[in-house]
Ligand binder design. Structure first.
Ligand code: ADP
Ligand code: MG
Length: 257
């Protein structure tokens, strides 16, 4: 089981879109996949076709160890992958976890019992470096960082990289940056191309080969509760996320050898 946190403390950079579409693309490729929604906004839950307003239980109760992961998970009606859903309740977890034992290890503990159930676990982190994100980083083997190729893209990346280093040093020796994923890419934009080239220069093979273009079909899909890769399979964005799933499967395959 490979566990990846999809993180970037900036909002609106494509974390949730990446989490939902990579989960659906991996599932479509036959990988047993669990998507964990760690954002109180519940966008990954909704985008997977699960109504956050109707949830009886969610990741919130799992983090507080009131119920098990098996009791809280649901299956995406469209996507053939499992979801550990979230809603507003999760905002309270931040405060409620503070005084509890091993507060940053709660998700890791819950996942440990399901080691044999999944090939991939993807964790959609909230736009902050909070206790929730910390739970994601402590549970994960690696971090996938979606980013837009714009002027300020690198600003803030150092905060995230420092946090990942600290977590690696103090809490989770397994953690590493798997890669930077360029999303909402516009090939006709000169600046995008320059920033993209800079990323390749600085980060080398830590930059995924796959480029996800800006594609309106990916943005439309969540309102139908269907992952973009299934909503319009022929769309450029859908195809990019299918290619990205192949790239991820290839990466983890190399580790086994
Ligand atoms: P985050 O989870 O980092 O806040 P989202 O995945 O919710 O970011 O994306 C922010 C907004 O950008 C959403 O409205 C989403 O539909 C849109 N979006 C994300 N990726 C793309 C893309 N490749 N093309 C077009 N729109 C996108
Ligand atoms: Mg999000």
């Amino acid at each position: 089981m490979h566990i990846f946190a999809i993180a970037n403390q900036k909002g609106g950079v494509g974390k949730t879109t990446t989490a939902v579409n990579l989960a659906a693309a991996l599932a479509a490729s036959g990988q047993r996949t669990l998507l964990v929604d760690l954002d109180p906004q519940g966008n990954a839950t909704m985008g997977s076709g699960i109504d956050k307003r109707g949830l009886q239980v969610s990741v919130y109760q799992v983090l507080l160890q009131l119920i098990t992961l098996a009791e809280a998970r649901a299956t995406s009606p469209a996507g053939k992958f499992d979801v550990l859903p979230a809603n507003r309740d999760l905002a309270g977890a931040e405060v409620e976890l503070v005084d509890l034992d091993l507060r940053e290890m709660r998700l890791k503990a819950a996942l440990a019992e399901h080691r044999d159930d999944y090939d991939f676990v993807l964790i959609d982190c909230p736009p902050s470096l909070s206790m929730l994100t910390l739970n994601g980083l402590c549970a994960a083997h690696g971090v996938i960082i979606p980013m837009q190729c714009e002027y300020y893209a690198l600003e803030g990346l150092s905060d995230l990289v420092n946090t990942i280093k600290k977590v690696h040093a103090n809490l989770n020796r397994d953690l590493k940056i798997i890669g930077l994923l360029r999303v909402m890419f516009d090939p006709r934009n000169t600046l995008s191309n320059q920033v993209s080239a800079q990323l390749e220069q600085h980060f080398g093979d830590k930059v995924f080969k796959t480029l996800v273009p800006r594609n309106v079909r990916l943005a439309e899909a969540p309102s139908y509760g269907v992952p973009g890769v299934l909503f319009d399979r022929a769309a450029k964005g859908a195809q990019a996320y299918m290619t990205f799933a192949d790239e991820m499967i290839e990466r983890v395959g190399q580790w086994k050898e």
